[in-house]
Design a protein around this ligand. Structure first.
Ligand code: ZN
Length: 261
């Protein structure tokens, strides 16, 4: 579709009145909205309306997609790109939602030959081909701030932001002048995080972050949006790098001890 036509269409969708049911879903199930200024809440509501119009939602293993499911996912996704102009994750076409954790077949080669076949439980997954897989209990816990700094939606959307420059490599799109400094400082943050873990110290976010540069970016991003003070206490440089990447400063809006729902 022509870009101008699409943006006109999106503007028209955003101007529709917000259904009262959405406000109730958000009030109960997406606590992060309590932190936003009215102007940002308005922008997020428009973003949600466009997202719901453009993405396909599919229930898996008998799961029924309702407005609650769609709005709870969209609101957390929209929070991630609130600092961007006109970013709706065009590469993302469909969202597959499971009623619980879903199992992914994994194969581990064994020393001396043979292989171990097993299944790994996951909360979410993003494929570069245009789909995102989410577990509903994970989506809900993230929206209600019931799982510490975790949010599976924010995690998967962090991968999508990372992918905007064509590759999920832990480096989001940045102005060329800043990219190499950002990359070097991010690697230093990752090294510090791994040293804390090696020393058996407590850390602000899940050690799954050690898997790769991409996972470090995604897991730290969850903490950045869900409990930025916790991230700042651990590593102010990391907070600053994420603020630069997302063009947002959540510490200014999130209370030191967020209320859990
Ligand atoms: Zn991930």
């Amino acid at each position: 579709m022509f870009a101008w036509l699409r943006s006109r269409r999106r503007r028209a969708i955003g101007e529709r009145p917000v259904p009262a049911a959405w406000r109730e879903i958000l009030r109960q199930g997406v606590r992060q909205l309590d932190w936003l200024e009215p102007r940002d809440t308005g922008r997020l509501l428009e973003w949600i309306a466009v997202f719901l119009e453009e993405k396909r939602f599919e229930g898996c293993r008998g799961f029924t997609i309702t407005d609650e499911v769609k709005v709870t996912i969209a609101a957390q996704a929209g929070l991630v790109v609130l600092g961007f102009q006109d970013e709706w994750f065009d590469g993302l076409k469909s969202l597959l939602v499971y009623p619980g954790d879903y199992l992914v077949p994994r194969v581990t080669p064994l020393e001396g030959g043979g292989q171990l076949e097993w299944r790994e439980a996951r909360l979410g997954e993003t494929w570069a081909g245009g789909s995102m897989v989410l577990s509903w209990p994970g989506v809900r816990a993230g929206g209600r701030l019931r799982d510490g700094p975790r949010s599976v939606v924010i995690h998967e959307c962090a991968h999508l932001v990372d992918l905007l420059d064509g590759e999920i490599d832990g480096v989001p799109p940045l102005p060329a002048a800043n990219a190499s400094r950002w990359r070097t400082e991010m690697a230093a943050c990752r090294g510090r995080f791994e040293s804390l873990l090696d020393d058996g110290r407590s850390v602000a976010f899940d050690d799954y972050a050690c898997e790769s540069a991409a996972e470090f970016f995604a897991v730290a991003s969850e903490c950045f949006f869900q409990d930025p003070h916790r991230l700042m206490r651990q590593d102010a440089m990391l907070y600053g790098l994420l603020a630069e990447a997302y063009r947002q400063d959540p510490i200014a809006r999130v209370p030191v001890r967020p209320a859990r729902g």
